[in-house]
Design a protein around this ligand. Structure first.
Ligand code: SAJ
Length: 424
C-alpha cells in the first residue's frame, strides 16, 4: 500500500510500539503526547518505557526521520487514538482522554481520512462518543471519513512480537471502514485480521481480558479451598490441566496491571444486574492480597516484638518493571496498618520504592519472613544459603510456586517453607 502520514495520539505502552512499527515499515509518523518530557525524549531517540527491543526500534524510526513527536496533533491521512482509558475510584470507565483526543483531531479531518480507536473502550464508545464528535467536522462520516475500533491485544514484555504475530480484530462503522483499516494494519500484521462491526470489536476486547480474570478467580478460589483441604492447589491445577479440555489458570496474590484488573469493570458498569460472574471474579481477585496478608500475620505473630518481612518482587507480573495495580503493593498497604512490622522490598527491575533495599544481603539480615511476591527469572536462583545465614527466623512464604522444587534444600538449611494454596 502507499506510504501514509499517520498521526498517533498517545505514546504509551501501545501507541509508541505501534508508531515505531509503522515508521520502520516506511510510513511517516506524527507521534503525539500531552506529556512534554516524553515528546522531547522521543525526538532525541530515547524512550521512557521499558519493553524489550523498543528502544532500538524507536531510535531507528527517529533517525530515519519517519517518527517525529509533538504535543498536539497535525494533519494526516490516518489518526490512531491510543490513549489510556483508566478507571475512576467508583469503578467507572474514565473516557476523558478518548474524548479529548477525538476533539483534538476533528478540526484536522479531511476527505479520505481514517480514524482508528485502539484504546480499550466500553461497548458503544465509537457509536456514542466518537461519531458525534467527528460529525462536527461537517464531513460525511462513513463515506468521507472511515472509522474503526481495532483493539490492541499485545502482552507487555512481548509487545513487538505480538504486534506482528497476533490475530487482530477490526470493527468498522461500515464495511468500507473495516476494509480500509484492515489494509493499513496489513503493513506489519502477520496474523489474521478479522473485520466486524465496532461494538462487537469493543465487546471482544473487554471479554478477552474478562475471560482471563474469571479464570484466575476460579484458580484463586480453588487455592483457598485447597488450603482448607490441606492439599496443594498447584498440583491440582497441573493435574486437572492434563485433561484435554481443561485449562485452569494459575492462582496467586491477585491480579494487577492496567488491563485485566480494569476492563471487567467496564462490563459491570454497563450491565450491573447481569454481569454477576464477572463482578464476583473481580472481587475475588481483589481480595487475594487480604488473604495473603492473613497468612503473613499468622506467620509473623509467632515472633515476639517487632518483626521484619522482606518482599521479593512488587511488579504486577514477572520480568516487567511495571508496578501499576500490583497486588503486592496492595498487600504492602495492608501490612502498613501494623506498626510492629518493618517492610523491606527486593526487586531488581524496580528503581524506586519507599521500602526498596538495593543490597539483597542487607534486606535479608535480621528478617523474619521472606515473601515471594513475583516470580522474576532472577529469583529462581534465590540464594538459600545466604538467606539461612542472615535471617533471624528462616521462613519463606511463596505466593507464586517459585521455589516448591527446592524443598529438600530448604529442609537441609532448616528453612520453613509455606506455599500459597498448599495448606501449610
Ligand atoms: N495472573 C494470574 N494467574 C494467571 C495469569 C495471570 O494471577 O494464570 C496475573 C498476573 O500475575 C498479573 C495479571 O494476572 O498480575 C495480568 O497478567 P497477564 O500476563 O495475564 O496479562 P497483562 O495484563 O499483562 O496483559 C493482558 C493480556 N490479555 C490477555 O491475555 C487476554 C494482553 O494480551 C492484553 O493486550 C493486555 O492485557 C491489554 O492491554 O489489554
Amino acid at each position: 500500500m502507499d506510504k501514509k502520514k499517520i498521526c498517533i495520539i498517545g505514546l504509551g505502552y501501545i501507541g509508541l510500539p505501534t508508531a515505531a512499527m509503522f515508521a520502520t515499515h516506511g510510513h511517516k509518523i506524527i507521534g503525539v503526547d500531552i506529556n512534554r518530557p516524553v515528546v522531547e525524549a522521543l525526538n532525541n531517540g530515547k524512550i521512557t518505557i521499558n519493553e524489550p527491543y523498543l528502544d532500538i526500534m524507536v531510535q531507528a524510526s527517529v533517525t530515519s526521520g519517519n517518527l517525529v513527536a509533538y504535543t498536539e496533533p497535525k494533519e494526516a491521512d490516518v489518526f490512531i487514538i491510543a490513549v489510556p482509558t483508566p478507571i475512576t475510584n467508583d469503578k467507572k470507565a474514565d473516557m476523558t482522554y478518548v474524548v479529548n483526543a477525538t476533539k483534538a483531531i476533528t478540526p484536522l479531518l479531511r476527505k479520505g481520512n481514517i480514524v482508528i480507536l485502539e484504546s480499550t473502550s466500553p461497548t458503544g464508545t465509537v457509536k456514542n462518543i466518537l461519531l458525534p464528535i467527528l460529525k462536527e467536522s461537517g464531513l460525511n462520516i462513513g463515506e468521507d471519513v472511515f472509522v474503526a475500533h481495532s483493539p490492541e491485544r499485545v502482552l507487555p514484555g512481548r509487545i513487538l512480537i505480538e504486534l506482528v504475530e497476533n490475530n487482530r480484530i477490526v470493527g468498522g462503522i461500515n464495511q468500507q471502514s473495516g476494509e480500509a483499516v484492515k489494509e493499513l494494519y496489513r503493513t506489519f500484521v502477520k496474523g489474521e485480521i478479522y473485520v466486524t462491526d465496532a461494538t462487537t470489536a469493543e465487546m471482544c476486547k473487554m471479554m478477552e481480558n474478562t475471560y482471563r480474570d474469571v479464570n484466575i478467580a476460579l484458580a484463586n478460589e480453588l487455592a483457598m479451598i485447597c488450603e482448607r483441604e490441606e492439599i496443594n492447589v498447584w498440583d491440582v491445577v497441573s493435574l486437572c490441566n492434563k485433561h484435554p479440555r481443561v485449562n485452569i489458570h494459575q492462582p496467586g496474590p491477585g491480579v494487577g496491571g492496567h488491563c485485566i484488573a480494569v476492563d471487567p469493570w467496564f462490563i459491570v458498569e454497563r450491565y450491573p444486574e447481569m454481569a454477576n460472574i464477572i463482578h464476583l471474579s473481580r472481587s475475588t481477585n481483589d481480595a487475594m492480597p487480604e488473604f495473603v496478608a492473613e497468612k503473613v500475620n499468622r506467620l509473623l505473630d509467632r515472633v515476639n516484638g517487632n518483626k521484619v518481612i522482606t518482599i521479593f518482587g512488587i511488579t504486577y507480573k514477572p520480568d516487567v518493571d511495571d508496578i501499576r495495580e500490583s497486588p503486592i503493593l496492595h498487600l504492602i498497604e495492608i501490612l502498613e496498618g501494623r506498626s510492629d512490622i518493618e517492610i523491606r522490598v527486593v526487586d531488581p527491575l524496580v528503581q524506586h520504592h519507599r521500602y526498596l533495599v538495593k543490597d539483597t544481603e542487607q534486606a535479608l539480615t535480621g528478617s523474619d519472613l521472606v515473601l515471594i511476591g513475583v516470580n522474576h527469572k532472577e529469583f529462581a536462583s534465590f540464594d538459600f544459603e545466604k538467606a539461612a545465614r542472615t535471617m533471624r527466623n528462616k521462613t519463606i512464604l511463596d505466593t507464586r510456586n517459585l521455589l516448591s522444587g527446592k524443598t529438600a534444600m530448604m529442609k537441609q538449611l532448616d528453612i520453613e517453607y509455606h506455599l500459597l494454596g498448599a495448606g501449610n
